[in-house]
Design a protein around this ligand. Structure first.
Ligand SMILES: [Zn+2]
Length: 168
């Protein structure tokens, strides 16, 4: 089932603290994971975090289908180390439609998470998975790209308006 995507500033869940996902996974979480995969595909997104569909949980999905990788979920994902070297890449967000800008992030990160079976997985990446996972993990901490963009490529007027209204 494709789920509606929550958007800033209307949906406060995007700023809420999130809970850890417990194992074994409940039927509800298994279904939520499947629905999030369907939703991210339908939205043509590269990643999605549970708060974006209204669930304050540490659950993200990465969708690199365009690179031949099946979409996969990560539970309780966190960054355990990061490179000093940062790179700036243009990002957008399904929860902040119409806004794009340059986001500076560590190039390489080491991520620790759990898979669907609850098994701990650790991996290091310096490409798209690193970039997407950092963006999605931010969501599970209530952080959005509009908190860090300094140079906008689209939607700057909207962001200025939010700042004026003290929503940012
Ligand atoms: Zn996002």
């Amino acid at each position: 089932m494709v789920l509606p995507i929550k958007t800033f500033p209307k949906d406060k869940v995007l700023r809420e603290p999130t809970r850890r996902v417990e194992f074994p996974l409940s039927k509800d979480i298994v279904k939520l994971t499947q629905d999030m995969v369907e939703t991210v595909r339908k939205a043509d997104g590269v990643g999605l975090a549970a708060p974006q569909v209204g669930k304050p949980l540490k659950l993200i999905v990465i969708n690199m289908e365009k690179n031949g990788m099946s979409p996969f979920p990560l539970y309780n994902a966190k960054i355990v180390s990061k490179s000093l070297k940062k790179i700036e890449v243009e990002e957008g967000c399904l929860s902040v439609p119409g806004v794009y800008g340059m986001v500076k992030r560590p190039r390489k990160v080491k991520i620790e998470a759990q898979n669907m079976e609850g098994k701990k997985i650790t991996f290091t990446d310096d490409g798209w998975v690193s970039r997407i996972a950092q963006h999605e993990i931010d969501h599970t901490n209530g952080v959005l790209i509009i908190d860090s963009i300094k140079k906008y490529t689209q939607g700057e007027e909207q962001v200025k308006e939010w700042k004026k209204q003290k929503l940012l």
